[in-house]
Write a protein that binds this ligand. Structure first.
Ligand code: FAD
Length: 589
């Protein structure tokens, strides 16, 4: 099949909010921009799945005409709260940009027609679909070249800098060579490395893995946010956030002995950890503790009960958020009966967000010249625990990444030999030539389940080491996997093999990083190292690019305004300290 070649100035890889905003940013600087999405435009990735909120400080919100809390809140208070919520591991330079640029990014979205459902002190609420549709319209208006159903496989690098990428058009199996002096990576998270998960099937971490393979550093890969109270059964609800949202009302969690197990924790931590945005970390930890100690549900969770909360409250919430008990195309019929009859719903911590990723500087440059990155695929501003909007971050940094990439592209030219692209093509096509071999789907499922266990909210050294061995074996066996057919068009087996390479790559980086960090902080808890150690571990774990060699180095996070405390503190005591230091402005759901 004939290969196609597409030339542009800024190539944006991804189809979610960060990618759209980056492509718009590049067009605003009058460069050509092409955006390539693996899934259908604006209907793939995490962005359309989001709630979605847009967080910014109450003072700036009030200046935009929303109620806000101008007397109590300011950009400085908001900044300080995020650093406490991030357990001091935040990149404060990136965070300054987040806080300073958020008002402008929100105003643009409103000017471009994004509807607002409601607002509170520090946030406006819309829907992920409304957000991404607004960006999609604007990208079309500005003439971004929009390409969907193409999976980018690898970055093309010549003389130490990025010169484009090689992609696979999924519906035809045709290979496309993209030539561009600047590339923005915006491929989101890697939910597909875990089972169960809350993300879409296209999120296999391709962008982070290919950036690392091409020469960019990645970091803080051990910080993986599990969302608490995610539905586990029946299978049709598995992975849905609907139950997480329902629990904002209150209720209780019980273990297999029928005990309300949160009673054993400090009531202050339980209150903040249930009703405030800290819940993902704390409730995931507490639920995982029950499971670890043999008091969990059959599917590795606990049960949510309505308890004494009046049924009418759920009815009201359902009317507003799940009309006719449907949420994001999911039929929740039956959940109402369980709640009404005060029967338990099986819920548990499930992977939702990745705090680490590609290392970027304040110009959203990676360590590989010509490559920029934005959104969830980066080591962003949230440190060890994200609790304010990732959707704001994808827009703020998407915008800046697109603009900086456009500036860079204006001064750069691409002179890359065809062989740079054809070598990558040949590598990608190898699995298609294999007639016999193991099925990639079967290998993936085993890895996903082990990832959920080993890299979950509570990590144990022996499990991490065992998982590391399994990953080494799996990596060694990748060249023996075969798709079931040699047909090029929509060959799922071929795609699975290409994705599995990336999944294994990132799991290796995360497991190594989790083993390396001998302390507990934010969403990373090590059973054998239960203290948060500000004396030795106020460091980011970086996996630098070294051909054929894996190693970890550490670096200090950038600190511009809020100085970290020193000393070692018990994990839950640290949560309490951070919660107490938080200003509580607009912190409730
Ligand atoms: C269920 C759920 C609910 C959430 N709710 C909220 C919320 O209410 N508020 C909030 O702030 N955050 C929320 N988040 C997190 C937030 O949605 C994400 O962090 C954010 O949308 C990420 O945006 P992004 O553009 O970086 O990535 P995504 O929106 O995930 O987009 C990544 C894109 O990259 C594409 N891609 C991947 N690999 C390739 C490849 N090889 N080639 C080409 N394209 C590729 C994908 O197809 C996708 O289009 C939620 C996350 C989940 C999973």
């Amino acid at each position: 099949m004939k290969k196609a070649v597409i030339e542009t100035d800024v190539l944006v890889i991804g189809g979610g909010g960060a990618a759209f905003r980056a492509a718009i940013g590049a067009r605003e600087m009058s460069t050509r921009a092409a955006m390539v999405s693996k899934g259908p435009l604006a209907r793939c990735g995490a962005t359309p799945m989001a709630g979605a909120d847009f967080t910014l400080d109450g003072l700036s919100l009030s200046k935009l005409g929303f109620p806000g809390e101008p007397e109590k809140d300011s950009p400085e208070t908001f900044f300080s709260d995020i650093v406490h919520q991030g357990f001091f591991l935040n990149n404060q330079k990136l965070l300054e940009q987040y806080v300073a640029t958020a008002p402008q990014c929100l105003k643009e979205l409103l000017d471009w027609g994004m509807p607002v459902r409601s607002s509170e002190q520090r946030a406006i609420y819309t829907t992920g679909i409304a957000m991404v549709d607004t960006l999609h319209r604007q990208a079309r208006r500005l003439g971004v070249d929009l390409i969907e159903d193409v999976m980018i496989l690898d970055l093309a690098v010549s003389e130490g800098r990025v010169v484009g990428a090689v992609g696979l058009e999924i519906k035809t199996g045709r290979i496309i060579h993209f030539r561009a002096p600047a590339v923005v990576m915006a491929t989101g998270g890697w939910h597909k490395a875990f089972w169960p998960n809350t993300g879409m099937r296209d999120l296999s971490g391709d962008g982070i893995a290919m950036s690392h393979r091409a020469g960019a550093d990645i970091g803080n890969m051990e910080f993986i946010t599990f969302c608490c109270n995610i539905a586990l059964s029946p299978p049709r609800w598995r992975g849905s956030l609907a139950t997480y949202i329902l629990t904002f009302i209150g209720g209780s969690l019980i273990n297999s002995r029928g005990e309300t197990f949160l009673d054993q924790y400090d009531p202050f931590v339980v209150d903040k950890g249930w009703f405030m945005e800290w819940n993902k970390g704390f409730l995931s930890y507490a639920s995982a503790r029950e499971v670890r100690e043999g008091r969990g549900s059959p599917l590795g969770g606990v049960w949510y009960l309505r308890g004494s909360i009046p049924w009418e409250k759920y009815e009201q919430m359902a009317l507003a958020i799940f009309p006719k008990w449907k949420y994001k195309a999911l039929d929740l019929a039956g959940m109402d009966t369980l709640l009404k009859e005060n029967r338990g719903i099986e819920v548990g911590p499930v992977v939702e967000y990745f705090d680490g990723g590609i290392v970027v500087d304040e110009n959203l440059r990676t360590t590989l010249p010509g490559l920029f990155a934005a959104g969830e695929c980066t080591l962003g501003p949230f440190g060890a625990n994200r609790v304010c909007a990732a959707t704001t971050e994808m827009l703020v940094h998407g915008r800046d990444a697109g603009r900086h990439a456009a500036e860079y592209a204006k001064g750069a030219s691409v002179h890359a030999a065809d062989s740079v692209f054809s070598d990558l093509t040949e590598k990608a096509e190898q699995p298609l030539l294999r007639k016999k071999g193991r099925s990639p789907g079967e290998v993936r499922r085993r890895i996903q389940q082990q990832a959920h266990q080993a890299l979950g909210p509570i990590r144990k050294t022996d499990e991490l080491e065992g998982f590391q061995r399994l990953l080494e074996e799996t990596e060694a066996g990748l060249s023996e996997l075969a798709p079931q057919s040699g047909v090029r068009a929509y060959n799922k087996g071929w795609l699975d093999i290409l994705e599995l390479r990336n999944i294994v790559h990132l799991l290796k980086a995360a497991t190594m990083s989790a083993l390396h960090r001998k302390e507990s902080r934010g969403v990373h808890f090590r059973e054998e190292f239960p203290l948060t150690d500000n004396d030795s571990w106020l460091k980011e774990t970086i996996v630098p690019y070294r051909p054929g060699k894996w190693e970890i180095v550490t670096r200090k996070p950038s600190v511009t305004q809020v100085k970290p405390a020193s000393g070692k503190v018990g994990y839950l005591d640290m949560w309490k300290q951070m919660m107490a230091a938080h200003s509580e402005v607009g912190g409730h759901h």
